[in-house]
Design a binder for this molecule. Structure first.
Ligand SMILES: Cc1ncc(COP(=O)(O)O)c(C=O)c1O
Length: 419
């Protein structure tokens, strides 16, 4: 944290104003983030999940509706529609960008489909032109899950301004963070007003007007605390610098990985910028003639890198639809939302997402939550690069020497074990 964070936090402590929809730092953050994106409306809330739920609610999505999202994301991309009683439908990824493959969206659209949640996974904007064209063709609302992509750009426009509504997360792992928190953004006044009611118990809260305590719709308490807003404001001032640092560090690692066989850097198409919320390297054991199973090779490489001091980790090891939540389809109990009358019978067979399965079985993330790539110095990342070289130049010995623990050490690595 910086002296700016302390300065703003002290302002809050001195003011004694710790909360409120119109508390000074909450208000300022909303204005500053809207300016940063070049968008009209922003609502600060207490998590990215809350912001995403508000987006779905503002879009008027409800029971029986279907919402399309990526098979490779964090759970909230799929559960936000469920908070409104809607049903998530998953699309496999493009193996190069790791984002939802636009070519596979149309086959998932039904009469019940109401929206697409495009996720900008790990900080790389999705193929928004193609996705928007499909949304327009089928009259679907386009929501961006920009939780991991604050400051990333697509054809010169910032993530969060590429659809109808967007949600950001400010949790501690993000390039733009405030411990916890979220931001809802839109250019549409109607969506903004509806989302604002969802933030506060369904009330229409107006500045300088007495609070009425009248619920006009179903709402929650998603208000952002003032201390969170103070930290977020200080962090927003540094966001471009943090993202630039992420890109510089990614370039260092890219150069190392490009020299080596059996490991590939993440791809960033030339028409967009990546903020490397996570740097996911793809493993190619087949290019080396290695016969080990993908997950065995992955886990051995991971242990070897960790032993060399590289904070390499796994993040998500199976497609979202393989989660027991979707396999059991119990949801809220009594099978809701899937049991809603008129809902289609949606199947969640993990084999329908081969590219997601393949990616997650054969890739690792370099940089952990404690030591994310975007927060490191060039020297540190160069040292990681040296260690990666060492492991990949001695792979035969590494594979021979590393013993995997008997138990699946890294969680549910094999999707079949979930059934
Ligand atoms: C892609 C994605 N969507 C949504 C969320 C939810 O954000 P939060 O953890 O702030 O609720 C996250 C958080 O990790 C995320 O990575």
């Amino acid at each position: 944290m910086t002296s700016k964070d302390r300065e703003y936090v002290n302002q809050v402590l001195d003011s004694g104003i710790l909360a409120g929809a119109f508390a000074p730092h909450v208000k300022a953050l909303q204005e500053e983030f809207a300016d940063y994106l070049g968008i009209k409306y922003c609502i600060a809330v207490n998590s990215g999940t809350a912001a995403l739920h508000m987006a779905v609610a503002a879009a008027g999505i409800g029971p029986g509706d279907e919402v399309i999202t990526s098979a490779f994301s964090f759970l909230a991309s799929a559960t936000a529609p469920m908070h409104q009683g809607a049903i998530p439908v998953f699309v496999d990824i493009d193996p190069r960008t790791y984002n939802m493959d636009p070519a596979k969206i149309e086959e998932k659209i039904s009469d019940n489909t109401r929206a697409i949640i495009a996720v900008h996974i790990q900080g790389l904007p999705a193929d928004m032109d193609e996705i928007r064209a499909i949304a327009e063709k089928y009259d679907l609302i386009l929501i961006e899950d920009a939780a991991q992509a604050a400051g990333a750009e697509y054809k010169g426009k910032k993530a969060g301004t590429l659809g109808d509504i967007a949600a950001f997360s400010l949790n501690q792992t993000k390039n733009f963070q405030a411990g916890e928190g979220g931001l809802f953004v839109t250019d549409d006044k109607e969506y903004w007003l509806r989302a604002d009611m969802v933030r506060m118990f369904g009330e229409q809260v107006r500045e300088k007007e007495r609070r009425s305590y009248v619920a006009h719709t179903l709402g929650w308490n998603y208000r952002m605390p003032e201390l969170t807003a103070a930290i977020a404001r200080a962090q927003l001032e540094r966001l471009d610098e943090i993202n630039e640092n992420a890109r510089r560090n990614a370039r260092i690692l890219n150069a190392v990985l490009e020299e080596l066989d059996g490991i590939e850097p993440p791809y960033c198409p030339p028409d967009r910028t990546h903020i490397y919320h996570k740097y996911r390297a793809r493993l190619r054991p087949e290019a080396l003639g290695i016969k080990e199973k993908d997950t065995v090779f992955r886990d051995k490489v991971l242990l070897a890198l960790q032993a060399e001091g590289v904070p390499a980790v796994l993040w998500q090891t199976f497609p979202l639809p393989a989660n027991p939540l979707f396999q059991k389809k119990e949801g809220f109990g009594k099978g809701f939302p899937w049991s809603f009358p008129g809902a289609r019978d949606i199947r969640y067979d993990p084999s329908e997402y081969p590219e997601t399965v393949k990616l997650l079985n054969s890739s690792i993330v370099i940089g952990s939550e404690r030591y994310p790539i975007f927060a490191q110095s060039a020297e540190t990342v160069e040292a990681w690069g040296e260690a990666i070289r060492k492991v990949f130049r001695n792979l035969d010995e590494v594979l021979e020497a590393v013993e995997l623990p008997e138990e699946a050490a890294f969680g549910l690595g094999e999707i079949t074990s979930l059934r």
